[in-house]
Ligand binder design. Structure first.
Ligand code: CTP
Length: 409
């Protein structure tokens, strides 16, 4: 049997990037031979094994044929006769379809190295269409390598467009899609992921609520970029620039969905868009089964981001409601993430990327002021049950009044 390093490990070594996990392909071997060498099978009918010591993935060279719709619809053909070239041709991109032996000799039948130099994400063959998840993968690679100057080859974008129009994307499972989306959002230029999906028509299928924001105007006084879709991409860009976690990036992407519902005659104003957007945010959250912390933050940011921007003008009672809604006493981190998302929203506007955001410290100060209210003296005064709750609220409100007065003095 011959063993080759394949895929991302070869690509990233040639790009001079750190290699984290290594995939291997094994040519000329049978399942029985692999088991005899101590490899552990990954699944019952999947020709992939884990190395007994390193735990890295070794796949038997295989050809794939599509037998049905969706991800369940694959049949695998793995046999010792399948050549390295036959295995590589079924892979997604030319830059992912290179193999290397233990002497670092490169096998590159589909010119991955040429495309690396040309900074092109190009599909290997029509077999690309066998897995519609690849539409998301290409957009994710575009987001990752945009800083190096990579773009999607026009013929690959055409194929992605055909796949998006064919209805195949709808057959993807929430889990597989979310894995790509969440990884893409954590790349250096997550806005490129959304841009590429939009360009090939996949955004309209996957997240029509986000797609609908393009072409929707906002008031120029607050939004020099005007277009709501452009604004959303800038917010995402800022979130990546400021190294925000996934929760914040997800909330940034979804914060303005309500603006897509505004009747045209009300443009460029968007009255109550925060509230109108909630059902859309919920739908997107559920479509991809986003993790609970992402779902929660997206809904809270959707509902309260305007409160964040207006923090300095809010009445103490409104400030208190905001803090209570976030359960800021038990969940301080979530409130920090809300503040971060608001700040990214404020900076994701043309020419305002460097603006200061005094609201952030003001909100932190308010949370601290409310948090300093001590419960013990109230207990000692005999408050219990709902009355205790009311008394705590009153004291917090007092603390916020004092805080606001001191801040505006
Ligand atoms: N592959 C593919 N189609 C897919 C998934 C994977 O063709 N839908 C192939 C590609 O050749 C890819 C390899 O399998 O390079 C390994 O896949 P994976 O580990 O998911 O991706 P990497 O390319 O290693 O990229 P990353 O750095 O994102 O892990």
């Amino acid at each position: 049997m011959q063993i080759y390093k394949v895929g991302g490990a070869v690509r990233d070594r040639l790009l001079g990037k750190p290699v984290t996990d290594i995939d291997w392909v094994v040519v000329g071997a049978t399942t029985e031979e692999m088991l005899a060498k101590g490899f552990r099978p990954v699944g019952a009918d999947f020709p992939v094994f884990l190395h007994p010591k390193s735990g890295e993935e070794y796949a038997l060279a295989r050809t794939e044929r599509k037998s049905g719709r969706g991800y369940g619809g694959f049949t695998f053909h793995a046999s010792p006769e399948v050549t390295l070239e036959e295995d590589l041709i079924r892979r997604d991109l030319t830059i992912n379809a290179m193999a290397e032996d233990d002497q670092q000799n490169l096998t590159d039948p589909y010119h991955g190295q040429r495309d690396l130099e040309a900074r092109l994400l190009r599909h290997v063959s029509p077999a690309f269409a066998e897995d519609p998840l690849r539409v998301l993968r290409v957009a994710r690679f575009a987001a990752r390598y945009a800083g190096l100057g990579f773009t999607v080859a026009p013929e690959t974008l055409d194929l992605m467009r055909q796949l998006s129009e064919s209805g195949e994307l709808e057959a993807l499972t929430a889990e597989r899609s979310w894995k790509e989306i969440s990884r893409a959002l954590m790349e250096d230029q997550p806005q490129v992921f959304i841009e590429v999906l939009r360009e090939c028509g996949a955004l309209k299928v996957l997240m029509p609520e986000v797609d609908a924001l393009f072409g929707v105007p906002q008031p120029e006084a607050h939004h020099p970029e005007i277009d709501t879709g452009v604004h959303t991409l800038s917010v995402l860009e800022q979130a990546a620039r400021h190294k925000q976690p996934l929760t914040v990036r997800w909330a940034c992407l979804l914060h303005d969905l309500g603006k897509g519902l505004t009747p045209e005659e009300e443009w460029p104003r968007h009255i109550a868009h925060e509230h109108k957007g909630l059902k859309l945010i919920k739908a997107v959250n559920e479509r991809f089964k986003a993790p609970k912390d992402c779902q929660e933050l997206a809904l809270l940011v959707g509902k309260y981001h305007t409160h964040g921007h207006r923090a300095l003008e809010l009445k103490p009672s409104t400030l208190l409601e905001l803090l209570q809604s976030f359960d800021v006493y038990r969940r301080p981190q979530r409130f920090e993430e809300f503040i971060a998302a608001c700040e990214m929203d404020a900076r994701g506007r043309k020419g305002l990327e460097q603006r200061s955001y005094p609201q952030a410290d003001y909100l932190r100060g308010a949370a601290n002021a409310a948090r300093t209210v001590a419960v013990q003296p109230l207990l000692e005064n005999g408050f219990k049950g709902p009355e205790l709750g009311e008394a705590i609220k009153r004291e917090r409100l007092k603390a916020l009044k004092t805080y606001k007065e001191a801040a505006s003095a």
